[in-house]
Design a protein around this ligand. Structure first.
Ligand SMILES: Cc1ncc(COP(=O)(O)O)c(C=O)c1O
Length: 444
């Protein structure tokens, strides 16, 4: 057998680049030597401090000691030696994952689950669940009924992925969705909060919310297809790729009331914000406004949706009727085994409260650096999801480049935002080191 680790790390980019676009990071991940938030570059022989966490998808850093548990290793290897179609062929490993997720991750009252690989497909299936639900609410039960007038209301600056339905709603950077045919569904303005250096709200967000809710209502009353064709209102509880745009609970409550009036489902995209990343299991719990369907992915390892009781108002909903939503593998058994272990470790070590504290610590440090240096504005965040704004995209990109030179990996988002995505188990000392490096890189 070819042993991958015999490849010279300095050849990795050249080998991959011979056969595909290889314009990612110039480092080479060493999966064995990376540890905690330290990503080991096999080419340079150096460690990078990881505030990128594989686009917010890697929850507990590298090589958590809990992953050396012999029972876990045995189950993981067993699962890795096959690849069952989990939607139809069940195993004890799957049962153990489903039980752990439903017990510790899913909130009370959300008893429907569906698993798939990929965040876009999770959102796509949330939308499918809503379309099916709405069609049947309108009395369209025959599979030949025309439902092309149904639509999903979504928001400016949204990122929901790059698959079929989701591309009609993603509107961050044009290169993600341009030149691909899309549906023309209603796009509502996005009343994001602007923060000052102390975390106070500095814009007239209540007016922006009122405007967005009025747009929604106007659309419903004037829509040529009839306002009762809205199947879902879809929103990220923080718009991450769009620039870490936070919303007030009042706005989420406004959307909830609208959905109830319009007989539509409130669908949340928690692919980036969910699975304990905000210092609570789900970001919507900070707002205290319960949705109907939630799409998750990334840190959960397994992507999918969970849904609540409103779905049951339609007897034959997609969680009951076979084969309405499905995929061959129904996610992946290796991911399920790993996800279950992560859930166990998160619960055992109380990493949710840890990340809430680390978030506050880093946020306080970012505020201090912003005041001392004047380099950036609007420090904001919750738990593992932190961000600051630079004056423009060029200044932001230059700062991210300086961070990389300091061996700190952070990410861009939106037009001028630099975001940090920390692992849930980051220590206080590691968080201080993040701040040291952000400060060193803050200004040219
Ligand atoms: C909010 C949100 N939704 C959906 C997606 C798409 O997930 P994936 O890239 O796994 O398809 C992302 C990815 O960044 C995301 O942040």
């Amino acid at each position: 057998m070819t042993v991958a680790t015999t490849i010279d790390p300095k050849q990795v980019h050249e080998i991959i680049g011979r056969h595909q676009l290889a314009d990612g990071y110039d480092m080479v991940l060493d999966v064995n030597k990376s540890h905690g938030p330290w990503l080991h570059d096999a080419a340079r022989g150096e460690d990078f401090l990881d505030c990128f966490t594989c686009f917010a998808s890697w929850p507990l850093g590298y090589n958590h000691p809990g992953l050396n548990d012999p029972d876990f290793e045995r189950e993981l290897l067993g699962a890795a030696k096959c690849n069952p179609s989990n939607a139809d062929l069940y195993s004890r490993e799957m049962a153990s994952f489903v039980d752990a997720f439903a017990t510790h991750a899913s909130p009370e009252g959300f008893d429907h689950h569906f698993w798939i690989a990929g965040g876009s497909l999770a959102v796509e299936n949330a939308i499918k669940a809503a379309f099916d639900w709405k069609a049947r609410r309108l009395g369209r039960h025959d599979f030949n009924d025309d439902v092309n007038d149904l639509m999903v209301v979504h928001f400016q600056y949204a990122f929901h992925g790059r698959s079929g339905y989701t591309m009609s709603m993603t509107n961050t950077l044009p290169d993600k969705v341009g030149l691909f045919p899309k549906f023309k569904w209603p796009r509502i303005s996005s009343p994001g909060i602007e923060f000052d250096l102390d975390g106070n709200i500095s814009n007239d967000v209540a007016a922006l919310e009122a405007h967005a809710l009025a747009e929604l209502e106007t659309f419903r009353t004037r829509c040529p297809a009839g306002g009762d064709k809205i199947a879902a209102v879809l929103i990220e509880p923080i718009q991450c790729e769009g620039g870490d745009r936070h919303f007030r609970p009042e706005f989420m409550q406004g959307l909830r009331s609208f959905c109830d009036r319009a007989d539509a489902l409130l669908c949340l995209d928690e692919v980036q914000t969910g699975f304990f990343g905000s210092g609570k299991p789900w970001m919507w719990q900070h707002h205290g406004v319960a949705p109907d369907v939630v799409a998750f992915g990334k840190k959960a390892q397994v992507c999918g949706i969970y849904a609540g009781k409103k779905l049951d108002e339609v007897k034959e909903n997609v969680f009951v009727r076979s084969s309405r939503i499905n995929s061959t593998w129904g996610s992946n058994l290796v991911d399920m085994v790993r996800s279950r272990r992560f859930i166990e470790l998160i619960v055992e070590h109380d990493y949710v409260n840890n990340v809430a504290a680390r978030g506050e610590q880093i946020l306080a440090g970012l505020r201090r650096i912003a005041k001392d240096s004047g380099a950036f504005t609007a420090p904001r965040g919750v738990g593992s999801l932190l961000a600051v704004d630079y004056p423009d995209g060029e200044a932001r990109d230059a700062a991210i480049g300086r961070c990389y030179k300091e061996r700190l990996i952070v990410l861009p988002c939106g037009p001028r935002t630099m975001r940090l995505r920390i692992p849930l188990n980051m220590t206080e000392a590691e968080a201080n080191e993040v701040l040291n490096r952000v400060e060193a890189a803050a200004k040219p």
